[in-house]
Design a protein around this ligand. Structure first.
Ligand code: IPM
Ligand code: MG
Length: 368
């Protein structure tokens, strides 16, 4: 059912497996496009490829374009050839500048285990089966952006410093996102901080507690980040929504990713107050495996599903894409990263392109 609406999407494939996966993942977008309306898809260089071509990881034109579209779909950035550049020129800087310029402060990282993948996790099945945790990470503040920052010479010694800062409005708005999402899930928020040591995270705890007064139907708990890291691998099912700052969220989301079997399965959405979003897999550019047709495209495909849900207002299409991914896994198709060490005969090792073929075949079966 076409909606007659016109959507603009900026695609930034980036580097490594990002550039390899994106054209494949776009085939999924194409397969459902008739149900969504008209999609205007623009593609720009971003990250290392942009450095090579234009000398900067993101051109001003790309940034301006990103501000105008409904959603940005991003692959991954980075690679060893750009690692030694100064901080300002690194591919990762483009990512941070993009998040910041679009004010995409709310980063949603679901960690969801697909039943068919239980064996791919390094944890015991009873720990990870039917796991559904959502990490809500503040994305445009905290130590990633705080000033002063730098490395300077002091008494003939180099001294490096960064600043962890949050003001109460930044904490309040991300707390609201966490509580609102918890209401649509199992109604629990665990706010993660280091309030026993860091003043800024004591403020975090205070503000989250204040915001909670308008969400009394949601259960709120607080946890120190070191304990949260431990609890995530000890008994992850105790969590529903984990609400945390930029750096703690970065670290905990990689841990949560591993619970699901592979970081190759995890999508993310970074959204602003206007509903615009940046959608990207949690995994990086993995240059070592790029170009071999072995990378797992499912995280990017699931990011497209999140884009349908949060920026394009098409929850039923989002559900169908997620269902198709689950179906492909149930049918036994696996990329190398999600193949168990001793696979049963029902599993079939496939490449990037082939697993996308299967997702599209499943989508066609459920076509409305
Ligand atoms: C992530 C990544 C980024 C981050 C890097 C690439 C800048 O690790 O999205 O989790 O730290 O936010
Ligand atoms: Mg990270």
């Amino acid at each position: 059912m076409a909606t007659g609406k016109r959507w603009q999407i900026l695609v930034l494939p980036g580097d490594g497996i990002g550039a390899e996966i994106m054209p494949q993942a776009l085939r999924v977008l194409e397969a459902v496009s008739s149900e969504i309306g008209t999609l205007d898809i623009l593609t720009h260089d971003f990250g290392g490829v942009s450095i090579d071509r234009y000398g900067v990881p993101m051109t001003e034109e790309t940034l301006q374009q990103a501000m105008r579209v409904d959603a940005v779909l991003l692959g991954a950035v980075g690679g060893p050839q750009w690692d030694d550049l100064p901080m300002e020129k690194k591919p990762e800087k483009a990512l941070l500048n993009l998040r910041s310029a679009l004010d995409c402060f709310a980063n949603l990282r679901p960690a969801l285990t697909f039943t068919a993948l239980i064996d791919a996790s390094t944890l015991k099945p009873e720990i990870v089966s039917e796991l559904d945790v959502l990490i809500v990470r503040e994305l445009t503040g905290g130590i990633y952006f705080g000033t002063p920052r730098g490395v300077e010479l002091q008494n003939n010694r180099r001294r490096g410093f960064n600043t962890l800062e949050y003001d109460e409005t930044e904490i309040e708005r991300i707390a609201r996102v966490g509580f609102d999402l918890a209401r649509k899930r199992r109604g629990k928020v665990c706010s993660v901080d280091k309030a026993n040591v860091l003043e800024v995270t004591q403020l975090w705890r205070d503000v989250v507690t204040e915001v909670h007064q308008s969400y009394e139907d949601v259960e709120l708990s607080h946890m120190y980040v070191d304990n949260a890291a431990m609890q995530l691998v000890r008994w992850p099912k105790q969590f529903d929504v984990i609400l945390t700052g930029n750096m703690f969220g970065d670290i905990l989301s990689d841990t949560a990713a591993m619970l699901t079997g592979s970081i190759g399965m995890l999508p993310s959405a970074s959204i602003n107050a206007r509903g615009q979003g940046i959608y990207e897999p949690v995994h990086g550019s993995a240059p070592d495996i790029a170009g071999k047709n072995i990378a797992n495209p499912l995280a990017t495909i699931l990011s497209i599903a999140m884009m349908f849900r949060y920026s394009l207002n098409q929850p039923s299409v989002a559900n169908r894409v997620e269902f198709a991914v689950g179906d492909v896994l149930s049918q036994g198709y696996r990329t190398a990263d999600i193949m168990p060490p001793k696979p049963s005969e029902t599993l079939q090792l496939v490449g990037t392109r082939e697993i996308v073929d299967s997702v599209i075949a499943c989508l066609k079966e459920t076509e409305i």
